[in-house]
Write a protein that binds this ligand. Structure first.
Ligand code: DER
Length: 227
């Protein structure tokens, strides 16, 4: 499938940026999984680096490839994180993330990183955030109905994410995800502050000013964007 091949191409280029001795944030999702696979190969070839995974799923994949892992208790600063995104705003490189359900850990690792490299196929590039996807907001399970009502005051239509069996989806941190549809996201920074001001909100999927570069693969080749 075409999209899969584009994701792989972007992932290979990003994995090539990792240098000996780095602490590397390992993203989550189908594109990031190609990055982890490529890094597994580079590890086998002798590259020395330590990974910090952004989800249980990524940790499992990294361990299966023998990638050595570390934690924030040993390394407070991450040299480079490579992660996917659901939408990338052309120009600013502001992002929507969280369709994969790992936004909280992804954001913690992103915020601790000197460089955040986003890998994606060209379908993720948008002129304005919110063009294609809803905005995931991670909330504490207790009182989520009340938290949702407060978020509705900002104009959101809200549906709690469910798994295939119809039960609430629970994040690695034990929280719920509210999938929010806003009429417009014209000021991502203000919207992020508004959402985070609501009691019960743990984090939201707006990543503003965090990405330093993006590697985007399209039918015409791979482009590299910087913020
Ligand atoms: O941030 C996220 O949760 C997204 O799912 C992101 O990781 C993109 O996933 P994808 O590479 O599978 O589209």
């Amino acid at each position: 499938e075409m999209a899969k091949e584009l994701k792989r191409q972007a992932a290979e280029q990003a994995a090539a940026l990792v240098e000996d001795g780095m602490v590397v944030g390992l993203g989550t999702g189908s594109t990031a999984a190609f990055v982890v696979a490529a890094l597994g190969r580079r590890h086998a070839e002798g590259l020395r680096f330590l990974g910090i995974p952004t989800s249980v799923a990524t940790e499992t994949q990294a361990r299966s490839l023998g990638i050595p892992l570390t934690t924030f208790s040993e390394h407070a600063v991450v040299d480079m994180t490579i992660d996917g995104a659901d939408e990338i705003e052309r120009g600013s490189l502001d992002l929507i993330k969280g369709l994969g359900g790992a936004l909280l850990r992804e954001k913690i690792v992103a915020a601790a990183s000197k460089r955040l490299v986003i890998v994606a196929d060209e379908s993720k590039l948008v002129d304005h955030l919110g063009a294609h996807t809803l905005l995931p907001v991670e909330v504490t399970p207790f009182g989520w109905e009340s938290t949702a009502r407060h978020l509705e005051k900002f104009g959101a239509r809200i549906s709690p994410r469910r798994n295939r069996e119809g039960a609430f989806f629970v994040s690695d941190g034990g929280n719920l995800i509210l999938d929010c549809t806003f009429p417009v996201i014209d000021d991502p920074g203000k919207m992020e502050r508004d959402i985070r001001s609501v009691i019960g909100v743990v984090e939201c999927g707006l990543f503003v000013g965090l990405a330093t570069e993006a590697i985007v693969a399209g039918s015409d080749g791979v482009i590299r964007l910087t913020a």
